[in-house]
Design a protein around this ligand. Sequence first.
Ligand SMILES: [Zn+2]
Length: 459
Amino acid sequence: MRPVCRQYTLADRFLTKRHLPLANPVRAFKHATMNSKTSSAIEAKRDDLIALTQDLIRIPTLNPPGQDYRAICEYLDRRLSAHGFETQMIRAFGTPGDSEKYPRWNIIARREGVRGGDCVHFNSHTDVVEVGAGWTFDPFGAEISDGKIYGRGTCDMKGGLAASIIAAEAFIETHPDFEGAIEISGTADEESGGYGGVAYLAEQGFFNPEKVQHVIIPEPLHKDRICLGHRGGWWAEIETKGEIAHGSMPFLGDCAVRHMGAVLNEFENKLFPAMAARRTDMPVVPEGARSSTMNINSIHGGQAEQADDFDGLPAHCVPDSCRIVIDRRFLAEEPLDQVRSEVTDLLEGLRASRLDFDYELTELNAVLPSMTDREAPVVQTVSQAIQDVMGKAPEYVASPGTYDQKHIDRIGKLKNCIAYGPGLLELAHKPDEYIGIDDMVDSAKVMAAALESLLLPKA
Ligand SMILES: [Zn+2]
């Protein structure tokens, strides 16, 4: 099946929007050393944190297809309502993948303080990717071994979601007189672009800077790192065209796979070396992602592969079509137009130089890079919190892949947003994914210290 270009319109819309200044600038913030009572409250909730994480892992919110979103929202609803949060469940009707069988449910929970003030929002995606092969633990068993909880989604990112809930609950318990508000959201579909999750909520105004002033996304960037943003992405399908003929007389047809070979050759000889030579000033980790990169996601040419139980032989045909999907990740220094034209220029060059070369390029999606300023209040606050809790200065990083910050930035127009959470990014989507229990506790302390700094009355 040809991939259908369903996301382009939405993506294109936010690409063309311009940033607006903050409608109401965030208030002055102060640095505070963490209250030892809050820290003790988090320690006391260690078993609760473990049980909460295990419960979340045991709801297998696989995406695709996007299952059990309602179940995990209901679980979070019960949990957060019991702790004084007002909750709203929002289905992203009509977004990619939304159906009666697999509805895209999201939850936003809000707890008001005793007086007005800033709102701190923790946003976690509830979906997890497919299990894949190579597991030695039950992917949805949430088994504990050697201080770690194992399972799909432990690090990416139910461990971070659990840590943010415990941080908020411990903070509220210790400081019932806090000012402003705390929001916790569990959102769908981050792993497939976030259109049925944060993008939808942002379009409904849930990330309006007048309502929400600080956003922390507990993605697994590690407990002593602050992630300021991410590289851009451009996804496209390229099809080379040929002409079908009998395989014994290929000269009577035109082989689309050979044309695609020429495309890949151009990529190998020109595009890959050019991308590797580019370096960004963004603090992207791991190091390899500081250059521009491209993955060839898939290649299909000629006859479709038959089912496993088919034991016949192929018929002999010259393929008249070959398709690849490319996944191009680009740097803040590279304009999207250049990313596009680099590929189309190579293809046009082949059209001019190679006999009968013809192609079609279909853009599937595009996301611009996003970077929050290091001086932004949420960056400064979490930085100080890491210093207080961990006794060391944080490392500032940027993510090789995109995450929901793009929608908060471009649709919500909310720039004061970071990713901060427990877990090792390298474990995301891998077999035997795990989250360290101590890491979750430490991260929860950092999140609670940030809440103290942002939501307690200023001395
Ligand atoms: Zn994630």
